[in-house]
Design a protein around this ligand. Structure first.
Ligand code: GDP
Length: 334
């Protein structure tokens, strides 16, 4: 759990042509900006914009491709950056002509692959909110084909690109980001297993692990997920953080009012109860429970942190005690 506490953060690079939507994605996903406000984001002339995301489980950086500046300038240490990068997200504006974007994508992918073949290449076909469903599929097919043809022409067809249709105006951007981040978490199978064990032993229907700041879904149990459930989780996180911001902050320097005491229970009108609880500095677990199960005592205890902590302490002291008795003469002499 140490690495989940932020020691080894997934590192992501966000790249693409200027005005493709990179800053908007960053602001909406990591800074709770509403999509309409991004219309007024100012264009920057910097090639590289750092974002350490110190309050999030994920750390990332943005790179622009402004027209004339030669991005592969020898003074720019891209090799070092590619070496430390887990995923490279390349944003393509689907509402604009994407010929140049595709040639930049090809250049970037081939350079990055040479430095670090372990990088996951993720292409966001972005701003699809303006397109009809048929048009979306058509655009994706076209972009995917051109990109793989370019790789095949360079005899690099073994480089794998993943494609996502995204927009900041719905949850697709959070969903795509979640998939990108999940691929970077080596403990994912373990986390999924733990969540499976957790739900099968507690009468909980579904459990999600979320990065609170970005609403990125880090892991979930292996039962199927629907978009609506996922959106409910995002809404609940927003509600909890908003209420905490208004009523929970005692020290104005403290940043996000989210700590080990953070928890919330919301009763939905369809006999489902939602439960949110802090797990680490960055992460929260969100569970769906049927009302009947929620009222049973066992579940109440799962959710009663004091009971849990107390039991853990007892367990720990028992372990210490038995270890001590063994070293002090064996179990025959307790
Ligand atoms: P950057 O230069 O790549 O950082 O691009 P910006 O984030 O500044 O975005 C450029 C413009 O695209 C802004 O006016 C945004 O409002 C708009 N934009 C960003 N994402 C979306 C999207 O998903 N849909 C639509 N329709 N517009 C978007």
């Amino acid at each position: 759990s140490d690495s989940l506490n932020g020691e080894v953060k997934p590192r992501i690079l966000l790249m693409g042509m200027r005005r493709s939507g990179k800053s908007s994605i960053q602001k909406v996903v990591f800074h709770k900006m509403s999509p309409n406000e991004t219309l007024f984001l100012e264009s920057t002339n910097k090639i590289c914009r750092e974002d350490v995301s110190s309050s999030s489980f994920v750390s990332f950086q943005i790179w622009d491709f402004p027209g004339q500046i030669d991005f592969f300038d020898p003074t720019f240490d891209y090799e070092m950056i590619f070496r430390g990068t887990g995923a490279l997200i390349f944003v393509i504006d689907s509402q604009d002509d994407y010929v140049e974007a595709l040639s930049r994508l090809h250049l970037t992918v081939t350079r990055a692959y040479k430095v670090n073949p372990e990088i996951n290449f993720e292409v966001f076909i972005h701003k699809v909110d303006g397109l009809s469903d048929d048009n979306k599929i058509e655009k994706q097919r076209d972009i995917q084909k051109r990109a793989s043809d370019d790789l095949a022409d360079a005899a690099l067809e073994h480089i794998h690109l993943s494609f996502y249709l995204t927009s900041i105006y719905d949850h697709s951007i959070f969903e795509a980001f979640s998939k990108v981040v999940q691929k970077l978490i080596p403990q994912l199978p373990t986390l999924e297993n733990l969540l499976n064990i957790f739900i099968s032993n507690s009468g909980i229907e579904k459990a999600f692990l979320f990065d609170v700041v970005s609403k990125i879904n880090i892991a979930t149990d292996s039962s199927p997920v629907d978009m609506q459930t996922y959106e409910l989780c995002c809404d609940m996180i927003d509600v909890v953080i908003d209420i905490s911001c208004i009523y929970g902050l005692t020290d104005s320097e403290a940043g996000l009012p989210y700590d080990e005491e953070s928890m919330a229970i919301i009763h939905l009108n369809n006999t489902t109860v939602m439960y949110l609880k802090e797990v680490t500095k960055f992460l929260a677990i969100v569970c769906f429970v049927r009302k009947e199960s929620f009222e049973r005592k066992a579940i109440q205890e799962v959710f009663d942190v004091r009971v849990e902590v107390q039991q853990n302490r007892e367990l720990l002291s028992q372990r210490r005690w038995s270890k001590l008795t063994v070293t002090n003469g064996g179990p025959s002499n307790p």
